[in-house]
Design a protein around this ligand. Structure first.
Ligand SMILES: Cc1cc2nc3c(=O)[nH]c(=O)nc-3n(C[C@H](O)[C@H](O)[C@H](O)COP(=O)(O)O)c2cc1C
Length: 372
């Protein structure tokens, strides 16, 4: 067991608290990073949906408002071409939904963009030299990794199996994120594609702690202080929380997404590949129920999302989330309940909505105080 106040990551990342706000592409930008890092934890900037100019703008914003360490996050999937057969099969699957919505399936689609780490992003990292660079779906080429290390960046990445954790350590990670199956958003899996055998945090974390010698960061289902304490008991050196930070005023989720987090019954998430082609956890929506959350008729990541976009837009205009990805981890209802019943949070809230859009600095301090 590692004591919260004696984590080796406090020195390695130069942070006051061993808590990491998970990077959440599309759901957070510089504003959340600034608040979390200034509060003493590690804020994370997700760059998978930014081009270099957008990433630069975000980094400049962080530097202007914080001199604290932060993490910059990238996807590093291998880009796969979509075959005509794959595209047609997926369109066939979606054809009844297009018809019911009165939409034209033959209109050109806007490509779904999630860029892997690249030479130009590496140059940007060399220029800004963030304290930590994190990856999802493995690691980039050794040459790029060596340049990041030479620029002084510590490298971390997600493992969803013991084998992936050992691989990440042997390929140069300074710490490994053990991502349990409870986690919201995309699974970082890269040596396996079998979601049936993906493991929950409680089982995965201690096994990874025993298998590697670098510090292990727990992620997936850690909704409030009790879970964080349990992760430290199991040997974590830090905890990375994503879904909990969706409940902050700085998170960028839409009002529809926020409302769904507030109103959904507990236990209402599933892993689905429908929105991107890779498995990710989110609240159940109509498309997941009607096609089934996992489809074999899916083009490779990230292309699948393109054909869903017109349906998403159509239903969102009616205030519906039938075709919207509502990423959330299994702990969302636990965070919601913890915020609702905490007197320190409710004392500062003037409405019910305030309870669930807590300033990120307050959310961080709330966790730290309760961990003790
Ligand atoms: C809305 C959302 C978006 C996410 N996007 C990313 C991302 O861009 N990069 C990444 O490494 N992880 C991403 N994740 C996964 C997180 O890094 C982390 O594994 C997860 O949030 C931990 O589980 P929790 O949501 O139960 O706290 C995302 C998670 C959520 C909820």
């Amino acid at each position: 067991m590692i004591a919260f106040k004696q984590s080796p990551l406090l020195d390695l990342f130069d942070i006051r608290y061993p808590l990491i706000q998970a990077p959440m592409a599309g759901a957070n930008d510089a504003d959340l990073v600034i608040e979390v890092s200034n509060a003493g934890a590690l804020g994370s900037l997700p760059c998978a949906m930014f081009d270099v100019a957008q990433a630069r703008e975000q980094l400049e914003k962080i530097r202007a408002s914080s001199n604290q360490p932060f993490n910059v996050n990238f996807f590093c999937h291998e880009e796969q071409a979509v075959t005509e057969r794959q595209e047609l099969r997926w369109r066939d699957e979606l054809a009844p939904f297009y018809k019911a919505a009165g939409l034209d399936l033959n209109k050109p689609l806007k490509a779904a963009s999630r860029e892997p780490f690249s030479e130009s992003m590496c140059q940007l990292m060399e220029e800004f030299s963030p304290k930590v660079v994190s990856f999802h779906f493995g690691l980039p080429d050794r040459a790029l990794l060596d340049r990041l290390k030479a620029a002084g960046c510590k490298i971390i990445s997600s493992a969803t199996t013991v084998e992936e954790a050992i691989w990440l350590e042997s390929h140069g990670c300074d710490a490994v994120i053990a991502q349990g199956v409870e986690a919201g958003g995309h699974r970082g899996m890269f040596l396996t594609s079998d979601i049936a055998t993906q493991t929950a945090s409680l089982s995965l974390l201690p096994q990874i702690v025993d298998a590697v010698s670098v510090p292990v960061i727990a992620a997936g289902g850690f909704a409030e202080a009790r879970g964080v304490k349990a992760a430290f008991t199991l040997g974590a050196a830090a905890v990375q929380l994503g879904t909990a930070y969706l409940f902050t005023s700085e998170s960028l989720i839409t009002d529809l997404h926020r409302r769904a987090l507030l109103e959904s019954d507990s236990d209402n998430t599933a892993l689905t590949n429908l929105f991107s082609g890779r498995p990710a956890r989110g609240l159940m929506t109509r498309v997941m129920q009607e096609i089934g959350p996992i489809s074999a008729a899916i083009p490779p990541f990230p292309a699948a999302g393109a054909a869903l976009a017109p349906l998403k837009k159509h239903y969102e205009q009616q205030g519906k989330t039938d075709f919207t990805s509502l990423w959330a981890g299994q702990g969302y209802a636990a965070t919601r309940r913890a915020l609702m019943t905490d007197s320190a949070i409710s004392a500062k809230a003037s409405s019910v909505n305030d309870l669930y859009s807590v300033p990120a600095a307050q959310m961080t301090q709330w966790l730290v105080d309760a961990i003790g």
